[in-house]
Design a protein around this ligand. Structure first.
Ligand code: SAM
Length: 244
């Protein structure tokens, strides 16, 4: 896990021996399960450390994320988490907060349940559901301090999946590529409609990753209208009004 350890140090995160062992186990299980289920296209040891683990941890570069994750009463949801990114690496580094991993594909949820059990993680649950449905369940709607999403779609779709989960005063942080600022601008109507306010876009450079990344940080400022998110499949088929 040397690439991860060095990269995390560059982000200001010092990984303990126990945390390194947990990431090593995560890697082994990811690769083993990937032979049966298609969990990820990235399986190379170094690339998983950089593109999955370190990239997930880069959310901690945002002060808004650090403040939430360091509060033990905080509730965080990772929407479209796949094999657990970015939620699980963040939980391994900041164990206090309560984490919901939301994923539509059953086999990925099986993998997540296996990891949660084997790693003995507390206050983490994996839910098999679509965001468009779970966000209308009152035990999840507007209940979270932070909603995370990486590689789940274009920004107007991502905000329709995530903003309904955030309480007023909470945050959405979407991990994006170098075009994050342009995407944020083109999603501004959708953000406003769903009760959000574009707070800032933070460029991110990761050691070992040639392409630039960004964090789109959105604040929830008013309640999401009850008819959002729309029915399953509609947000991605008909993304909310894009600008420009
Ligand atoms: N976030 C992970 C990552 O960065 O590696 C997974 C990214 S993968 C490209 C997108 C994931 O989002 C898939 O596992 C898919 O099943 C899930 N997904 C897509 N739409 C969803 C929805 N509406 N509700 C829940 N999960 C969804």
């Amino acid at each position: 896990m040397q690439r991860l350890v060095d990269g995390a140090a560059a982000l200001g995160i010092c990984l303990t021996t126990k945390q390194q062992a947990a990431f090593q186990f995560y890697y082994q299980e990811l690769v083993a399960w990937n032979q049966k289920f298609n969990l990820t296209a990235i399986t190379d040891y170094e690339q998983v450390q950089i593109r999955h683990f370190l990239d997930s941890l880069s959310c901690l570069l945002a002060e808004e994320v650090r403040q939430v994750l360091n509060r033990p009463e905080a509730r965080v949801i990772d929407v479209g988490t796949g094999a657990g990114f970015p939620g699980l690496p963040l939980k391994l580094v900041c164990p206090g907060f309560s984490l919901t991993l939301l994923e539509a594909t059953g086999k990925k949820v099986l993998f997540l349940d296996h990891l949660i059990g084997q790693l003995g993680l507390q206050r983490v649950s994996a839910i098999k559901a679509r965001a468009e449905e779970l966000a209308h369940d009152l035990s999840h709607r507007e209940q979270y301090d932070l909603a995370l999403a990486r590689a789940v779609g274009e920004l107007p779709v991502v905000v329709e999946y995530t903003l309904p989960f955030c309480r007023i005063g909470g945050w959405v942080v979407a991990q994006k590529g170098e075009a994050g600022a342009a995407e944020a601008w083109s999603a501004s109507q959708a953000i406003t409609l769903l009760g959000g306010e574009l707070y800032r876009v933070m460029p991110v450079e990761l050691p070992g990753l040639p392409e630039d990344r960004s964090l789109v940080i959105i604040k929830k400022v008013s309640s999401t209208p009850p008819n959002y998110p729309r029915r399953p499949g509609i947000p991605s088929k008909r993304p909310l009004g894009k600008r420009g």
